[in-house]
Design a protein around this ligand. Sequence first.
Ligand code: FAD
Length: 490
Amino acid sequence: MTIPTKADVVIVGGGVVGTAIARELSKYDVDVVLVEKEPDVAMGTSKANSGILHAGFDAKPGSLKAKTNVRGNKLYREIYQDLGIDIKFIGSLVVATSDEEMATLNELQVRGRENGVPGLEILDKETVLKREPNLTTNVMGALWAPTGGVMCPFGATIAFADNAVVNGVKICTECPVEEIVVEEGKVSGVKTAKGFIAAKYVINAAGLFADNISRSAGDNSFDIKPRKGEYVLFDKTVANLVNTVIFPTPSKVSKGILVSPTVHGNLFIGPNAQDIDDKGDMDTSPDGLQEIIAGARKTVPNLPLHASITQFAGLRAATGDGDFVIKASDSVSGMIQAAGIQSPGLTAAPAIAEIVIGILQEQGLILTKKANFNSQNRHKVKFHELAHNERAKVIAQNPLYGRIVCRCETVTEGEIVDAIHAPCGALTVDGVKRRTRAGMGRCQGGFCGPRVTAILARELNIPVTEVRKDTTKSYLFFDKITDEVQSNDE
Ligand SMILES: Cc1cc2nc3c(=O)[nH]c(=O)nc-3n(C[C@H](O)[C@H](O)[C@H](O)COP(=O)(O)OP(=O)(O)OC[C@H]3O[C@@H](n4cnc5c(N)ncnc54)[C@H](O)[C@@H]3O)c2cc1C
């Protein structure tokens, strides 16, 4: 694919921050290009996180984290239905098991009120155990935050990207940025592996690599160190262990190890927090997993470990002072940093986007609202959520909705085809997984993986040997032993 040679604004990075900014900018009459080094959006930190819609009581009052967390939580409530982002507003509890921790709950409540978090309440032991009977009986009380919730860890990124494309943003994948080109102290464009894009404004939303991107322009003002967090995911059969997001009382470096339902009805525990050096190290380790199991048992002692279905890790983009870096570069005119976006960046993303738009205007970009901005994504068929008669209706419209490809999650061929042909469509097996849940279930793609591969090859009109799992060279098959593909119906 050829890339545009010029734009008004180039966004580097297709995580939740870059795509939220792209969607916000698509409300205005400007040419926006988002460049992403991987074959899909949501391939960095935005694909592996806790998926918590944080209420906002954690961050230091006045910090960017605090402001954007509370504002982002509110904005998601306004946009999630239009964009089709899966969110459940189930609330969260911070659990205390000692007098010292009870004192911390009081501090968190005061801090939360200062941050503008509504409805915070400290519950006594009896009330907490009535709501959450599987918590440790050592619980002394808990901080209840009704505005907390769970959301799809990667769904918001994909939804923002789809909506941005519908409204005219160009997303160029497999297009790593090599350098921000600066002339006489001003951004003149972006050099990518696929060519040069001339632009006066560049937004650096490159996640873990935002310090490298900034340095390429001559701005060395921050460093990013990866901080790993590991998880265990459990089968849907044990999701009812807890009803809300359960946090322990937090420490200085992390919110602690959570036990929580996921928005799609699984259960997870994690993450821990380990400072590492390698920005590509997403491995889990036996020690790390033991640490999160021990941590989770402090709040929920009877973990159903037999029902775990997978483990994974994500990397936080940690900076020196711990707050987000959202500002115009001090040394390069036209470069805007949206960097060091660690937790609660998923929650904060729509609010970060608003701030970046304001900075662009301050920097001289004229933004005129489009008359024809479309705030809604196309409604997606989610076959497993439909009643019998609704299923019959969609199958009558398109027989591909009558072919179940992923049996664990009841995902149909019709949904997979829709995902491939979406505005920011899936090009890889994991791209299909993140958009449809095919491969997310108990067998983790053991059964449906080959079918999804065949559908991708057919719809993208490429040989099976060119279908990839996730990254640029992650080919799954190297040759074919037959041209015959067994049909699902046999
Ligand atoms: C363990 C963990 C748990 C978390 N839990 C929560 C939570 O529960 N709730 C919450 O609100 N937040 C949470 N977060 C934080 C949240 O996930 C992040 O803040 C958010 O995903 C960061 O998004 P981003 O767009 O800044 O970065 P990323 O998602 O990493 O996106 C950056 C993108 O830039 C691309 N890129 C990098 N270099 C280049 C280049 N040279 N050229 C082109 N593209 C490039 C990358 O491929 C990537 O796609 C958690 C984070 C972690 C790690």
